[in-house]
Structures are given as C-alpha cells and as structure tokens.
Design a protein around this ligand. Structure first.
Ligand code: FRU
Length: 439
C-alpha cells in the first residue's frame, strides 16, 4: 500500500487518477476532437484486478475523468491494449451515423487472450459477445495488443507481446484475426518478458519512411527495472525487420520513470504517452490516495545525429501551460519550465529550505546526467534509494553547446536536450518545494 502522503505531490499537468492506482496507458485514440486516454487501473493505490480508467482531453494537458470503461469478467482482468476509431464501420459494430470506438485488450485469466469492446458514444463500452477474438489456451505471456491501420495491405493489423518476441496479426474487420509474422528474440535483445509493443512509421530527415518498433521490458535487472526499448527497420505489411544498426538496447528515455509507452491512433502527429513510474518501486511512492502518473504526451520524430545516426527524438506537448521558460534563480512555484544552456561541463541544482537538491547537467565526458540522490524523500523504498536509481546518465549524440529544458510538475520531471534525442523522465519527492535553481 502506498505510504501516506507527507505533502501534496500530485502533478497539475500530468494525468493522475483521482484516487487509486494506474499503470500503462491504454487505448490512446483521437476521435471527434477529443483525445481519449485509458489506463490500467485499480481503485486502491496498489496494483489489483485491472480495469481501464478513462479520461478525455482537448489539449493533452487537462484531463476530464470519465466512468471506468472496462472491468474484469469471466475471461479475466482487463490488461493493456489499444483502441481505434472505426470510421468506416469495418467491424459492423457501429450504427447509422455512429462509427464505433473499438478497443482491443488482453483478458488475463488462466491464459491471456485478446478481447474486444466497443462504444458508440465514446463513454460507455460494450464487450463483444464473441470474445476472445484471439484465443490462447497454451502460452503464459500473450498480451498488450496494439492495433493500427496497415497502409501496406490496407487492413487492420496488430502487434502483441508473446514472451521473448512479438507477433503480428491482420484483420479486415477487427473481429477476425490471422497471424502474419513475428519478430525477436534477436539482435540487441535484452533478457525479460516483452510487453506493450507498438509499431508505426516515421519520416526520416531525408524523407525515407522508417518503421519504429517500441517494446517495454519490465523484468530486466541490467536495464534498471522498467525500460522502453526501440528498434528501427521496415514493415512489409506482415512482419517487422530490424535494420540491425543498434548493438545494444536503445531506449526511448534515459530516466527510470517512463514505461509501457505507446502512441495515439488518429492525430496527424505521432504522439506517445508513457507510464511515468517504474515497477521496481511504483507501489511504494509516497503519494497517498493516488499512485502514479503518465508522462506528458510527446511528439515523436526521427533525427539524424552526428554521433549516433538516426535516432528517435521527442518533444513534449506543453502548450505554454508551464509558463515562459525561467533561467537559474528563484523558482516560480511547483510547475515551471526551466531552460539552462552551456558548453562543456555544466550543472544546475534545484534546492529547497531543507537542504535537498536535485542536480542535472552535462559532465566532463559529454554525458547528460540527473542525480536525484539528495533530491528529497527516498527511503520509502530501498530500490529507489539505491545508487543506480539515483543517478541517470546518457552520452550525448552531439558535440558542442547544449540546452537543457526541464519541465517540472510537483513530483514529476521531464528533461530534454539535443533536439529531444535525449530525454530523462523521473520522479522526485522533495519534502518542501524547491525555491531556487543555482549551480
Ligand atoms: C506492463 C504490464 C502489461 C500488462 C499490464 C498489467 O506494465 O505488465 O504487460 O498488460 O502491465 O497491468
């Protein structure tokens, strides 16, 4: 059970449940001018039989809570999945003039099977009478379907995690699915069960289309618990092939609190939301009635970096809500955007009246780093207090001058540099607000 909150750590511009627990973002879909965000949810601030919580937003920063969308049934708990807006009613689940929102999720019972639910009003969901739509009575790990429109074959496709690899399925109508291929374990494989895959195309700076496969891996000690890895390559409409450029796992974030991230179906930009927590210590965080938050939505692009070639880059959707960027000096409160530039080694600390400090910057080896070892409360969990969850670092993919952009929201921080080719997402629990930023 999460520790009682010593003070209010609830972020203002990051999605949190009103009370209870959340993990993975689910069913991210844009429909009729609204962004829908669903989340793995349980009504106590601990993980339990999973439901889908539901919220909508027009600006991706302010979320309106809606009723719980999906609850456990005879097939099991409602694990992670995705949603699409079936505009042409390929599923036949719509009615005249009302295209359905269709969600594909994992029913987690004795086995993991894929099920479907749909909604005509975008609020109330009906489970499909023919569930499961992808049965499984054999394998232990078979979950987290991510549906997308397959532009190669002009049909629906989905990718799901099956232990140490992912599998692809195709369907004309979202109801009947045929397996088309698999990827993994191969290349820069890291130990552990793969979860929450996503596959999508992005345009490289030279105009080439590159497919990106995201994978989350919660159980790999060497990766520090929960990390989200990506591969770049191609998709022939049936399966993904990696281009083999990476010799070790390449992560979308160098911080330890960005997991299970997947992208929206629908909007023009490719927008990712991650779970801003880490399975290793998430349940112990001192936030009281609610437990965990999502990252800010982030626009994903590809950048050609001088030292690392083509890399995933991200930029937060912040819409000016954090106020104009402030520089070193007094801090304007507990929600701000701080910008800090330099050349060579340089760092900054956020400090409070209790002598706590959060340090970040670039070191002598041209590595960006964050050090939260003295940033505030940390003894709520022995892992959170360990060195390797305290200091985060990543080599820059550029030389020369740098600019760090820190988005601070009470207890969740997102730091970006070098066109977003490096990002650090991490939580901090200062026992009093930070009041000043100084070297
Ligand atoms: C990832 C995950 C998923 C699963 C869900 C259960 O964090 O383990 O694989 O569907 O959480 O809550």
């Amino acid at each position: 059970m999460s520790t009682p909150a010593p003070r209010d750590f609830r972020p203002a511009l990051h999605y949190t449940p009103q009370s209870g627990w959340i993990n993975d973002p689910n069913g991210l879909v844009y429909a009729k001018g609204q962004y829908h965000l669903f989340a793995q949810y349980y009504h106590e601030p601990v993980w339990g039989p999973m439901h889908w919580a539901h919220a909508v937003s027009r600006d991706l920063l302010h979320w309106e809570h809606l009723p719980i969308a999906l609850a456990p049934d005879d097939l099991g708990a409602v694990f992670s999945g995705s949603a699409v807006f079936d505009q042409n009613n390929t599923s036949g689940l719509g009615r005249e003039g009302q295209a359905p929102l269709v969600a594909l999720y994992t029913s987690h019972g004795d086995f993991e099977q894929q099920s479907l639910a749909y909604s005509l009003d975008g609020v109330h969901f009906e489970k499909y009478s023919g569930n499961p739509v992808i049965p499984n009575q054999e394998r232990a790990d078979f979950r987290d379907p991510k549906v997308f429109w397959n532009p190669v074959k002009s049909c629906w496709s989905l990718v799901l995690a099956a232990g140490d690899h992912v599998e692809f399925f195709a369907s004309p109508d979202l109801l009947h699915w045929t397996k088309t291929g698999r990827f993994g374990p191969q290349g820069n494989y890291s130990e552990g069960v793969w979860e929450c895959p996503d596959l999508f195309p992005l345009a490289a700076p030279d105009g080439r289309e590159v497919w990106v496969l995201l994978l989350s891996n919660g159980g790999c000690e060497a990766n520090h618990g929960s990390r989200t890895q990506y591969f770049t390559g191609s998709f022939n409409g049936e399966t993904f092939t990696a281009d083999g450029r990476f010799t070790q796992p390449e992560f979308i974030d160098s911080g330890y609190d960005n997991y299970a991230g997947v992208t929206f179906f629908g909007p023009e930009r490719r927008l990712l939301v991650g779970w801003a927590a880490n399975w290793v210590y998430a349940a112990q965080t001192p936030t009281g009635v609610y437990c965990n938050q999502m990252t800010l939505p982030r626009a994903l692009t590809l950048a050609d970096t001088p030292k690392g070639g083509l890399r995933l880059a991200c930029a937060p959707v912040e819409g000016g809500a954090f106020g104009p960027a402030v520089e070193a000096g007094p801090l304007p409160g507990e929600v701000f955007h701080l910008r800090f530039s330099g050349q060579g080694a340089g760092s900054l600390c956020l400090r409070n009246e209790r002598g706590e400090e959060l340090a970040f910057g670039v070191d002598e080896r041209n590595q960006a780093f964050v050090d939260r070892s003295r940033a505030g409360l940390r003894d709520f969990d022995e892992n959170f207090a360990r060195d390797w969850y305290s200091r985060m670092e990543a080599p820059r993919l550029y030389d020369g001058p740098w600019t760090l952009d820190l988005y601070f929201d009470h207890s969740i921080c997102e730091l970006f540099l070098d066109q977003g080719t490096r990002a650090f997402t991490f939580t901090v629990y200062p026992s009093a607000p930070y009041t000043v930023a100084a070297p």
